[in-house]
Design a protein around this ligand. Structure first.
Ligand SMILES: [Zn+2]
Length: 244
């Protein structure tokens, strides 16, 4: 693209450094570096006058370019994200999945983050009014939230949702992943759906307290969770344990 002589063969371009004189327009330092590397690699190759230059696409077996191989190239070196089985695969309302994705990345505007930006905040967790509101506190450490989780564990017949089994995870992603760790696939999927549903309901209760000065008891929140779970079940979530 940068050469004025697009049809010059590589062998002629290399003769007496002709390729440098062919360059036009602005050449960035990065691009120049690439040219020099390319030139030194070519110095290792033996160029024969009888053989014409050809383009080779090294990301396919036959050296030919295809849209499919270019598509696969985008994922070269990509790692399987731990968020896929925990957040994106289980049955859940899309808003709950997206919300959980914000939680594990600590992207919610909880008091600690507002404080760090010197933005107005209430400092205390609105559920217990005892500790600084952080993401980890609100969903995992808060006594009010733990009371909800304890009851959810009973409602869902899922022992791993009981805070008594949790330990002290360092990050919310470790905690969320731990809820379904080691469970058979169907049970893990069910527990993950519950976790996404409850995270969202805790956040709704938190917002009602902050923005509408309306607070619900644990029993009322549980009734909302039960209704939401029943709606998910009707929609095909298989969130309740299979009947014996
Ligand atoms: Zn709290």
């Amino acid at each position: 693209m940068l050469s004025r002589r697009k049809h010059r063969v590589v062998r002629d371009a290399l003769r007496d450094g002709a390729w440098i004189r062919d360059l036009r327009g602005r050449v960035s330092p990065d691009l120049l570096d690439l040219f020099v590397t390319f030139r030194s690699l070519l110095g290792l190759a033996e160029l024969s006058p009888e053989v014409r230059d050809t383009f080779t696409w090294r990301f396919s077996a036959d050296g030919g370019y295809s849209a499919a191989s270019a598509y696969r190239l985008q994922f070269l070196g990509a790692m399987d994200s731990p968020l896929i089985p925990i957040i994106w695969k289980p049955w859940a309302a899309p808003r709950c999945r997206f919300f959980a994705w914000l939680v594990v990345q600590n992207r919610l505007m909880t008091a600690d983050r507002l404080l760090a930006r010197r933005w107005p905040n209430n400092y205390f967790c609105p559920l217990c009014m005892r500790s600084l509101e952080t993401c980890m506190h609100l969903f995992v450490e808060c006594p009010h939230a733990r009371c909800i989780w304890e009851r959810v564990a009973v409602l869902a017949s899922a022992h791993s949702l009981d805070p008594a089994t949790w330990g002290t995870p360092a990050r919310t992603i470790d905690w969320l992943g731990g809820l379904s760790a080691g469970l058979p696939a169907a049970e893990a999927s069910r527990v993950r759906s519950w976790s996404l549903l409850v995270l969202w309901q805790i956040w709704l209760e938190r917002n009602a307290r902050i923005f509408r000065q309306a607070s619900s008891s644990v029993a009322t929140t549980m009734a909302k969770i039960n209704d939401e779970a029943a709606a998910w079940d009707l929609a095909g979530a298989k969130i309740f344990p299979p009947r014996e």
